[in-house]
Design a protein around this ligand. Structure first.
Ligand SMILES: [Zn+2]
Length: 391
């Protein structure tokens, strides 16, 4: 795919891929007023979807971030990165973009080498906070002017270069394959760069957002009913719940099978399209488990489990009996529920209950604490998307 752009010589032109010799191109006409123009050509050699194609032409100043993520490039050893800003923001650079090298390296280690030739970050007039155009991310003008650009946004848009751009959802109802992935990979970057407690706090915040959302309660993540207002799909289902679905897959399958499955999925569909079924098959291959019920309950039905956890301590048996009652507003979910038992001294023990897709599940947990447990904490590791009440 190539762009030939005729623009006034005073403007910087940036397109997808790399700048190449214009070759035979229409002669650049003079702009109104006689300002001289120049024809430039940008070429992306990998197939990309039309919504990721873009050109910038403006009086932009380039700040080079250098050759980054060396060893993880696709067309060369390293990934050239740069930022284009209005001249008056140039002294704010590189600012948070000094993390751009680590971000690309981190994702490349987890998934695959960076799939394109370069990565440019641009101050732009996009109406979104950021738009993940292939090889040239557009960020909102305001984030540069107010100096509120942050590594969370940069990592979200950068993750899209793999998920969304190199592997694109086959159709809009599968948008979570783009936004859910970018949401979760941003959170993984947060965990890597800022630690587990910040990561968990973000998951908790997103879970609260999901539990309060009306669309999540009425529509599945893979929403095939929305055809007139596709922008409505940019919702808590595609972003926050999609991200949470990946988090639960990672928790259930373990890091090794989870990331191996994502690499299988990425490799099979790089520079092409994919569906949730493709992801399901790749993760089944890596984990050796059937994930049909998981994908069905989390992606093809609205909502989440609503659990009420009651417990009693049986001193004679030195065991805790747990009863989990499940509401049926969204149908029943089969989920693993981890609980932590705590005694008066503050010692804890964890156990995981296989909550059945049924109205009630009972379990008995042999207590290994020295003293009788005085409290039960449900989901202490923030691993389950559910509304949980412990009366
Ligand atoms: Zn996004």
């Amino acid at each position: 795919m190539s762009w030939w752009v005729s623009a006034p010589v005073a403007e910087t032109v940036v397109g997808n891929g790399t700048s190449t010799a214009p070759g035979p191109a229409p002669a650049a006409p003079l702009a109104p007023g006689g300002a001289p123009r120049r024809v430039t050509r940008w070429t992306e050699v990998h197939p990309i979807s039309p919504y990721l194609m873009v050109i910038a032409a403006a009086p932009l100043v380039e700040t080079k971030l250098g050759e980054t993520a060396c060893g993880f490039g696709t067309s060369s050893r390293c990934v050239p990165q740069m930022v284009y800003t209005a001249p008056e923001q140039a002294n704010y650079m590189p600012g948070p973009f000094d993390a751009a090298d680590s971000i690309v390296t981190f994702f490349a280690r987890l998934i695959a080498p960076f799939p394109f030739e370069k990565l440019a970050h641009l101050q732009s007039s996009t109406r979104f906070g950021g738009m993940e155009n292939a090889t040239e991310i557009f960020y909102s003008d305001g984030a540069f002017r107010r100096h509120t650009m942050n590594t969370e946004l940069i990592s979200h848009e950068t993750a899209h270069q793999w998920f969304g751009d190199a592997v694109t959802e086959r159709d809009w109802p599968e948008l979570w394959l783009s936004e859910g992935f970018a949401t979760y990979f941003q959170e993984l970057w947060t965990r890597y760069s800022r630690g587990d407690s910040v990561f968990r706090a973000e998951l908790v915040r997103n879970r609260e957002r999901i539990l309060a959302d009306r669309r999540v309660a009425t529509l599945p993540v893979i929403d095939t009913t929305e055809s007139a207002h596709l922008m409505a799909l940019l919702d808590a289902n595609s972003y926050q719940k999609g991200g949470w679905v990946l988090h639960m897959l990672r928790r259930e399958l373990g890091d090794s099978a989870f990331f191996r499955g994502l690499r299988i999925y990425f490799r099979a569909h790089e520079y092409g399209n994919a569906t949730s079924n493709d992801l399901e098959r790749a993760l089944e291959q890596s984990s050796g488990r059937s994930l049909h019920a998981f994908f069905d309950q989390w992606l093809r039905r609205p909502g989440y489990p609503e659990l009420t956890v009651r417990w009693t301590y049986d001193a004679a048996a030195h065991a805790v009996r747990v009863r989990v009652a499940q509401g049926d507003r969204f149908g029943y979910f089969g989920v693993p529920l981890t609980v932590a038992l705590r005694d008066a001294a503050g010692d804890t023990q964890r156990a995981t209950i296989d909550v059945a897709a049924a109205a009630e599940t009972s379990a008995e947990i042999p207590v290994t604490l020295a003293a009788p447990p005085t409290a039960l904490v449900a989901d202490p590791d923030v691993a389950l998307l559910a509304r949980i009440t412990v009366p």
